[in-house]
Design a protein around this ligand. Structure first.
Ligand code: ATP
Ligand code: MG
Ligand code: MG
Ligand code: MG
Length: 575
């Protein structure tokens, strides 16, 4: 590629909304262009990176035996109604109607459609196992799209789905994907950790995330430096005894003041170890008479935010007065008179007070009990999206230094960016959609499934969080937009420079090196600044004086200074 034929559009300043370094640098390097909240054009320089990410992922998925397919971005609602997710999923699922008033969704993930394919195609156990994957556009109407490609609304995901005849085989498929993920992330040269994860709204009981270690990550990872224990804080455990709880009524009165509470304040005031992304709390207090009998229980639903992926919330009083079932947060809001529309994830909108007189169980994602004397919390609902990183850091259900659950020493906590997620799903979707094959006993049997995602467009952003300096991006070779840049000085004035540059360019191209020749005629300072910002890992500068002695200057993007190298050797060094 010659720079004069390409689109290079670097910026001195980052846009005001770019809070983290990857967003700033990708914008300044001309890799992405914002169209709207969480919606970006991938500019030519950025697209080259994304295509390299895709190529590596595709290669390793194929190597692992997965088969590529492409499913529709716009999906009729029928399959989503079969699994119930059309109604159950929160507002992240973008729904719309066509001209005939038929319901559609834009795929945020594709379990329904792939299960529909499987039930038509895989008729016999002899066709199993199978793994179908796509690298495709997804849309999630994220409550807080931010950080550029890190949390977009439209983004590219690799999503794979395995179909097996039984549980053992499904777990082997899970392991195959897990191994492939390790190879993939090793090839990107990233520092990452595989951690136990919550299976959230998708369900299933075996689930791990791949987290790129970065201070700006939205997730907190708990790990034991002496063993392989590592878990997302949502799922983390420790051997630490539960701490004392403050007096209930006082704490509740404080947090019951609308507007005064953030997640942090809730945690502080209750003295509670809370995980980072609290959507709601169900708190309960008991009033006890002199005989020690519970005479009244108050249940407080603290609705911190409104984008639940909720199945069903049941506030259930065992003996009598209150018995509510809610299918959505909206219903809870209606029932208890909360204002619709929340101020934002950190503002406690309005606590809801329910008064019942004995045991209370809040089911589904929310679990709570209230039959002990003191105020306590039995369950906290942890969400997906999150509050401010600065606040999040201290919202923990496990604290650094707590004893690891495997007894191997104190736990440490670091922050991470979720770039991949592997899930064992079991028969959740195959049962809901009655997707069966004929087993070797001749009986129709539900597929055992797994699903496996990689954030293709999140990955470059995560790579930048780990690889940058004050001048710009430092790409790992595997995903650099170009691996080598040739910077001739005074190409228009010196025939020697022009010829050497053109020849070196042709030689490298012939060897398959992904090289760009900067023939724009920029001044050296501006030219170097551009390539340092863009982050091409290898740079060769060709100048008249050096060439007269047969020398060029080589500099890796991480090197402090350039090294003179004989022109004759430079091809061998770069190939
Ligand atoms: P997060 O916790 O960050 O919201 P998720 O758990 O909702 O992610 P999954 O459903 O597990 O995401 O999707 C698989 C992968 O897709 C994630 O591991 C992540 O890398 C990527 N991904 C998810 N949401 C986004 C997004 N809004 N923008 C870019 N990539 C995303
Ligand atoms: Mg997640
Ligand atoms: Mg999410
Ligand atoms: Mg996930």
């Amino acid at each position: 590629m010659k720079a004069s034929h390409f689109l290079i559009s670097t910026l001195k300043e980052a846009p005001a909304d770019a809070e983290i370094v990857s967003h700033q640098l990708m914008t300044r390097a001309g890799m992405i262009k914002k169209l709207g909240a969480g919606v970006y054009s991938y500019m030519p320089m950025g697209l080259r990176v994304i295509r390299k990410v895709e190529a590596i992922v595709r290669e390793e998925m194929n190597r692992a035996g997965a088969i590529e397919v492409t499913m529709p971005v716009v999906q009729p609602a029928e399959a989503w109604q079969e699994t119930g997710r059309f109604n159950k999923m929160g507002p992240e699922l973008l729904r719309f109607q066509d001209r005939h008033g038929r319901d559609f969704v834009i795929q945020p993930t594709s379990e329904e459609v792939v299960t529909d394919i499987a039930r038509q195609e895989f008729k016999s156990y002899k066709q199993l196992p199978k793994n179908l994957y796509q690298i495709q556009t997804k849309f999630r109407d994220e409550r807080r799209p931010r950080f550029g490609l890190m949390r977009g609304r439209e983004f590219t995901m690799k999503d794979a789905y395995s179909f097996d005849k039984d549980r053992d085989s499904a777990q082997a498929s899970y392991q195959t994907m897990r191994d492939a993920y390790q190879r993939i992330f090793d090839r990107f040269g990233l520092q990452y950790r595989a951690v136990r994860a919550d299976s959230g709204a998708i369900g299933g009981d075996l689930s791990e995330e791949f987290q790129v270690i970065a201070a700006t990550g939205e997730d907190a990872i708990v790990y034991c430096p002496n063993s392989d224990y590592a878990a997302n804080i949502e799922k983390a455990e420790s051997l630490a005894p539960a701490g004392p709880r403050p007096a209930a009524s006082e704490a509740l009165e404080k947090i019951a003041t609308p507007g005064n509470s953030t997640c942090q304040a809730v945690a502080d005031q209750l003295g509670l170890p809370l995980a980072r992304t609290i959507k709601s709390l169900v708190l309960a207090t008991d009033e006890v008479n002199e005989a020690g009998e519970i005479v009244k229980t108050q249940v407080w639903l603290l609705l911190l935010r409104g984008d639940h992926d909720m199945n069903e919330v049941k506030v259930n009083k065992v003996d009598g007065l209150a018995n509510f079932r809610f299918a959505s947060l909206a219903e809870i809001q209606d029932h208890f008179g909360c204002e619709p529309g929340y101020l934002g994830p950190l503002n406690l909108q309005k606590p809801v007070k329910l008064v019942v007189d004995r045991e209370v169980a809040v089911m589904a994602d929310w679990i709570c009990g209230a039959n002990e004397k003191d105020f306590h919390i039995r369950g906290v609902n942890f969400g997906r999206d999150l509050p401010e990183p600065a606040l999040v850091a201290d919202l923990r259900n496990v604290v650094a230094g707590d004893p690891s659950p495997d007894g191997q020493g104190p736990l440490a906590i670091e922050r991470g960016i979720e770039i991949g997620h592997v899930f064992y799903l079991g028969t959740k979707y195959s049962e809901a959609m009655n997707a069966t094959f004929l087993a070797d006993n001749g009986k129709p049997t539900h597929f055992e499934m797994g699903c496996y995602g990689i954030g293709i467009t999140r990955l470059p952003a995560a790579a930048i969080e780990q690889n940058h300096d004050e001048r710009g991006i430092i790409w790992p070779d595997a995903i650099a937009p170009f691996t080598v840049v040739l910077c001739p000085i005074g190409m228009d004035r010196s025939e020697l420079v022009k010829q050497a540059a053109e020849k070196l360019y042709a030689d490298l191209l012939a060897l398959g090196v992904d090289v760009i020749l900067d023939d724009r005629g920029e001044r050296p300072g501006a030219m170097f600044a551009d390539w340092e910002l863009i982050g091409v890992p290898h740079r060769v500068v060709l100048g008249d004086r050096g060439l007269k002695e047969g020398l060029v200057e080589y500099q890796h993007r991480r090197d402090a200074a350039a090294t003179p190298v004989p022109l004759a050797d430079v091809v061998a060094q770069l190939k």
